[in-house]
Design a binder for this molecule. Structure first.
Ligand SMILES: NC(=O)c1ccc[n+]([C@@H]2O[C@H](COP(=O)([O-])OP(=O)(O)OC[C@H]3O[C@@H](n4cnc5c(N)ncnc54)[C@H](O)[C@@H]3O)[C@@H](O)[C@H]2O)c1
Ligand SMILES: N[C@@H](CCO)C(=O)O
Ligand code: NA
Length: 435
């Protein structure tokens, strides 16, 4: 059998220990499929003597993980530390600069610096792969890059954060509050080191920016992702959505709008109402799902575990197998220098229906004020429900669903209501996902 692919592993937390367990458990099968063994030679993390439930005695311990990039006995550096900048980025640059392969699960770093790293990898002819960075164990990077390579895609969207999906679907199942369910998601190891990245939608935005680049052949533009998290979603919104035939999911969506002259890219992450009949409505717990619509393939659904040690390790080792086979090509669907720069699209042009929840003072004239703002902004109301007094000190909750129309009209209506003394809290708008 050929010489082993020798790897150095930086970071021995949830994913790092998962990778060790997977390589040890399936070593013979991996060697047979790769045509050569995959051998861990060196490991590094913050604390050497911590009990991680894996035996590290056959690997060299490296105190300063940056030293991995310079080791002559290492072919590929695997970074499972995290953080968009800092030591992870220093290691990525050093490893690629030294001509070594580089594999990472770090979507924050790829979203911010993926283009720079891909350019460096191309110059050095070094493999660079990040399947685990998007939707954990789901092979969606490979699926879009290779499986849909012959298609023009018009939309890519999905559930990209396991923590948020767990929190929302558990709120739906139990009727419990947001805070309680977030603690449960953290306990299960789904959340990022800083859970604000999950619940504010930033983690999903990182993944969406990467997916859009792969699917559309555009340059990664994380800064242009319009991002809204789930912290304002109440148990009462979920109950209201249920009564109307929807579930609430945090959806990341990217689409290419073409006005005939130029293409513009719309990238958004926000809580949406998903019709019961839509496949994303059945996605519960930490599961992720990505829908890609190709002009020849039609609608494709990729679904599976988006977080957790085993599924994420599965994606990391799949990248290593690709490298061991000598098949790791460019990380995007086109060479990095051929990715197109696309200006952001105007979200106001979106045509659709929205769920809008107001928290208002319980007194005469309030509904008249809201509906007048809708009329003046050109928003047509399909249904409106007022429920009894809410938790907000005597305020009531008014939820409405609008008829399809341009989003800029809803934005204008809310601007007309801004500062109204009748509003006890900022309104929450959630778009209704179209089939
Ligand atoms: N946990 C998941 O389900 C999951 C899924 C997909 C992607 N990821 C990504 O994988 C990466 C790792 O995530 P995790 O959940 O395993 O994290 P973790 O916090 O469990 O582990 C991080 C590891 O890195 C080490 N580390 C951190 N800072 C370091 C430093 N400055 N120097 C040396 N070592 C350092 C820690 O000691 C620890 O061993 C992150 O980029 C994360 O976004 C995680
Ligand atoms: N914190 C992430 C881990 C996987 O990227 C999630 O909840 O989906
Ligand atoms: Na993946």
């Amino acid at each position: 059998m050929a010489e082993p692919l020798r790897i150095a592993l930086a970071g021995l937390g949830t994913v790092g220990t998962g990778v060790i367990r997977l390589i040890e458990t399936n070593c013979d099968m991996i060697a047979a499929r790769s045509g050569r063994p995959i051998k861990i030679v060196a490991v590094s993390a913050r604390e050497r003597n911590r009990d991680r439930g894996v035996d590290l005695s056959s690997y060299a311990w490296v105190d300063d993980m940056q030293a991995m990039a310079g080791r002559s006995d290492v072919d590929v550096v695997v970074e499972l530390v995290g953080g968009s900048d800092g030591p992870a980025l220093t290691l990525a640059r050093a490893a690629l600069d030294a001509g070594k392969g580089f594999v990472t699960a770090n979507k924050a770093m790829v979203a911010h610096h993926g283009l720079e790293l891909a350019e460096l990898a191309a110059i050095k002819a070094a493999p660079f792969a990040f399947e685990a960075a998007v939707a954990g164990g789901i092979p969606v990077v490979k699926g879009l890059r290779e499986g849909t390579a012959a298609n023009a895609l018009n939309r890519i969207y999905g559930i990209l954060n396991g923590t948020c999906n767990y929190v929302l679907s558990e709120m739906e199942r139990t009727g419990a509050d947001f805070d309680e369910m977030l603690v449960a998601a953290q306990d299960k190891g789904y959340a990022e080191a800083d859970p604000a990245f999950d619940i504010e939608g930033v983690d999903a935005a990182h993944k969406l920016a990467i997916l859009a680049a792969i699917g559309f052949g555009t340059r990664i533009d994380f800064e242009a992702v319009r991002t809204e998290g789930i912290t304002h979603v109440r148990a009462s919104d979920i109950a209201q959505a249920d009564a109307l035939g929807y579930v609430v999911r945090l959806v990341g969506m990217a689409s290419l709008d073409d006005d005939g002259e130029e293409s513009r890219l719309l990238q958004r992450v926000r809580p949406c109402l998903v019709p019961f009949r839509h496949p994303l409505a059945a996605v519960t717990g930490p599961t992720n799902a990505v829908v890609a619509e190709g002009d020849f393939s039609g609608r494709l659904l990729f679904q599976g575990a988006g977080a957790g040690d085993k599924p994420t390790a599965s994606a990391v080792v799949a990248d290593l197998i690709e490298i061991a086979r000598g098949q790791c090509g460019a990380p995007f669907s086109v060479p990095v220098t051929a990715l197109r720069q696309c200006a952001p699209a105007d979200p106001g042009q979106r045509e659709g229906s929205d769920y809008i929840r107001f928290t208002v003072a319980d007194k005469p004239g309030v509904l008249a004020e809201i509906t007048a703002a809708m009329r003046d902004a050109g928003v047509s109301i399909e249904s409106l429900i007022q429920r009894g007094r809410d938790r907000d000190g005597g305020a009531v909750q008014v939820a409405m669903v609008t008829h399809e129309g341009p989003e800029r009209c809803v934005t204008k209506a809310l601007a007309l209501l801004e500062g109204s003394e009748n509003l006890a809290a900022p309104p929450l708008v959630m778009p209704i996902l179209k089939d």
